[in-house]
Design a binder for this molecule. Structure first.
Ligand code: MN
Length: 704
């Protein structure tokens, strides 16, 4: 099979025979699957996957990657499925091919979306195995190289997509050679005229500088020889049209300025030699001090290593020199892909290599745990590639970026608060999932809603987004309000019926007047106030008995509110006077706090006289039952067992002690402050009498 010959030659350079045979088998399998399909150019389809495999072979990618590259379009374009590939080859290969197919299917709707960093991160995150991305990049590169036969609009669309998505990814992965070739091809498609003009300009400029370049190159080589530096490679770094174009546009440099700055690369055998070369070239031309950068000691984020220095060349021309080892040079071209090969390279002891090997080892270890490992995988790849975010799809293919740990509830609220408020169940990749399931990148999330479904407070324990949190809180608050309305209305209806009125029979006009008097906008507000205990239903009910027309005397005509006849009353007994049945009492309203019952004699009530509008006449229900707290102050002789006697006496009188404080007034006397529960004034009087009869008691009084 002549088509396979070139690839075979490449592979035999670094893989063993079994692996090459396995790849050959993949070739036969793919050629068969794509049988009869053609590329636009008229070539048989198999030419494309073979070319992709060739690109990866040149980068010395592992055998599984090459097999997957040859099969990369089989799931997408032929009836062959993932299971068949797994059976014929391996699970690993099947996963890779499946990953590439999914990436191919990942569609974006707008250019803005394609440009969005989120989208690229999502693509990266989606690939459980970084080799999926590398295959995809090689696939795209070959497609870009062979755009020739396509209509111009389609070419432009593909070029733009490549620029928006694949160039930044190649860049992040440190795959410089890919990035540069992408950019050159894109530039030619998007701006064919500018491309040709610039190409011609650069050709002429190079011609004019040929002599100077040759001179510098010779000087550098002689200098290295003189310093007995082992054989190394020296070349002038090629200037690429797209980067020239970008510099002209963005840095406002002229073509002459750009062409007048030279960059030479010197590639040597070891790190030690790198530093020796640096010394040598600093002897040849004067260095510009602040332009020296040591990326060997401090590699760039994507792993790039080299020494950079700038020298004053002949005629004061600045010359940038980049010095690196062979491995570093491969790294400069291939980035992450180089890391792959370090795994197989033996006998390297340079820390960067060891670090890279460690990194790769972790990567491969994690890949063993294939299913759903993308997040862990991502976390472990410490190359600043992946954020603390997950990217999921709506059923319509829209991407949502959510913080790590986000759940379907977060997702629902991210789309719309209504969706969150009524979400009932979730499906992840079409399978039912709990609302608290942590989402992973690439999943399709669907939310089932039901009008009667609503957030429950338990959700607050697992949601991670502020939007979901505040959405749930808001709903719960609203819900409490709704419940208050229902309760308040019921309380009022009950209160009205006890005085022979029916809510439905109250004339609207009368209701309106009352609402205005009580300062409520509508009846819902009144119900809420009653339901939350801010307003008393019997008090409101009593007001309907009055004639609102004569409202100037309304207060004085109010019937006293009967305390104790309605169990549901949300009222409090004042701590200051602690009224008990039998005491003359009055209700005092306080905004937001409902009604407080005071004894009429309470000093606070006396103070509040001028705010009599806040007073509600009140009286005890004749049949009132229950325990009421009351304060008692007792002075006793300091005698052993005095407290026990008091406590005993109170217990015998069938009252409970709620609280007791003892203060030693002097050597002879102590003051005991008691809070006891009694049923009424008669009960209290009985207790006080018994206490007074005790010999130890010198003084006794109700109150604090
Ligand atoms: Mn393809």
């Amino acid at each position: 099979m002549p088509l396979f010959t070139e690839l075979r030659h490449e592979l035999e350079g670094y893989l063993d025979n079994d692996q090459v045979e396995q790849i050959y088998k993949a070739y036969l399998f793919a050629a068969n699957a794509h049988q009869g399909q053609q590329r636009r150019s008229g070539d048989p389809y198999i030419v494309h996957p073979l070319a992709v495999a060739q690109l990866l072979g040149e980068m010395r990618m592992d055998a599984q990657t090459i097999v997957a590259a040859i099969l990369h379009d089989v799931i997408e374009d032929t009836p062959t499925d993932k299971a068949t590939i797994a059976k014929e080859f391996s699970n690993e290969v099947a996963e890779l091919v499946d990953g590439v197919s999914k990436l191919t299917q990942a569609q974006f709707k707008t250019r803005a979306e394609a440009q969005a960093e989120n989208f690229r991160k999502m693509l990266l995150a989606m690939a459980k195995d970084i080799r999926v991305i590398i295959i995809k990049l090689a696939d795209r590169l070959h497609n870009m190289r062979t755009l020739g036969a396509m209509p111009p609009e389609k070419k432009q669309r593909i070029a733009l997509e490549t620029l928006d998505i694949y160039v930044p990814i190649a860049s992040r992965l440190g795959m410089y050679a890919f990035r540069v070739e992408f950019e050159e091809l894109i530039f030619a498609v998007l701006y064919p005229f500018r491309y040709r003009v610039l190409q011609e300009g650069v050709r002429k400029a190079k011609q004019a500088r040929k002599h100077m370049m040759g001179q510098i190159e010779t000087a550098l080589k002689e200098c290295l020889e003189k310093h007995l530096i082992p054989p190394s490679v020296v070349w002038a770094r090629k200037k690429h049209l797209y980067s020239i174009y970008k510099d002209m546009r963005e840095k406002h440099l002229s073509l002459t300025e750009i062409m007048d700055s030279y960059t030479f690369c010197i590639v040597v055998d070891s790190v030690d030699t790198c530093y020796r070369v640096l010394g040598a070239v600093h002897n040849l031309y004067i260095p510009i001090p602040e332009r020296f950068r040591d990326f060997i000691a401090l590699p760039k984020g994507n792993g790039y290593q080299a020494l950079h220095t700038t020298l004053f060349g002949p005629e004061g021309m600045p010359i940038e020199i980049q010095i690196r080892t062979v491995d570093m040079d491969r790294m400069a071209d291939n980035g992450v892909v180089t890391h792959w090969r370090f795994n197989y390279a033996e006998g390297t002891h340079n820390p960067a290599h060891l670090q890279a090997r460690e990194w790769l080892k972790r990567l491969l270890d994690i890949q063993q745990v294939t299913v759903n490992s993308s997040l862990d995988f991502i976390e472990d790849v410490k190359i600043d590639l992946f954020p603390e975010e997950v990217y999921v799809f709506t059923p319509l293919g829209e991407i949502k970026a959510l913080p790590k740990g986000a759940t379907p509830v977060d997702f629902a609220y991210a789309i719309h608060s209504d969706l969150g408020d009524h979400c009932k169940a979730a499906r992840i990749d079409r399978r039912p999932a709990a609302l608290s399931t942590m989402l992973a990148s690439g999943q399709v999330v669907e939310i089932d809603t039901e009008p009667s479904a609503h957030p429950n407070p338990g959700w607050l324990e697992f949601v991670v987004t502020g939007k979901a949190r505040s959405g749930i809180r808001h709903f719960l608050k609203e819900q409490r309000r709704d419940e208050a309305i229902t309760l308040g209305k019921q309380l009022l209806i009950n209160a009205l019926s006890t005085i022979g009125l029916s809510f439905n029979e109250i004339p609207t006009a009368q209701l309106k007047i009352l609402l205005k008097q009580l300062d409520y906008k509508n009846s819902k507000e009144l119900f809420t106030a009653i339901g939350l205990g801010d307003q008393l239903a019997p008090f409101v009910a009593q007001r309907f008995l009055q004639h609102p027309q004569a409202n100037e005397t309304l207060e004085s005509k109010l019937e006293p509110l009967v305390i104790g006849s309605n169990e549901n009353l949300l009222l409090t007994y004042a701590d200051c006077c602690r009224p008990i049945p039998g005491d003359a009492i009055v209700g005092v309203t306080k905004a937001g706090q409902g009604l407080t019952i005071h004894a009429t004699q309470c000093p606070r009530v006396v103070k509040l006289r001028k705010h009599s509008e806040r007073f509600v006449p009140a009286k005890w229900d004749k049949n009132i039952q229950g325990n009421f707290k009351v304060d008692v102050r007792i002075e006793v002789y300091n005698k052993y067992g005095a407290l026990a006697q008091i406590a005993n006496t109170i217990a015998q009188a069938k009252a409970n002690i709620d609280n007791m404080n003892v203060f030693e007034r002097d050597k002879q006397c102590s003051v005991i402050r008691l809070t006891i529960s009694v049923s009424n004034r008669v009960h209290l009087a009985h207790i006080l009498r018994r206490l007074r009869n005790l010999k130890i008691v010198t003084r006794l009084a109700r109150g604090k």
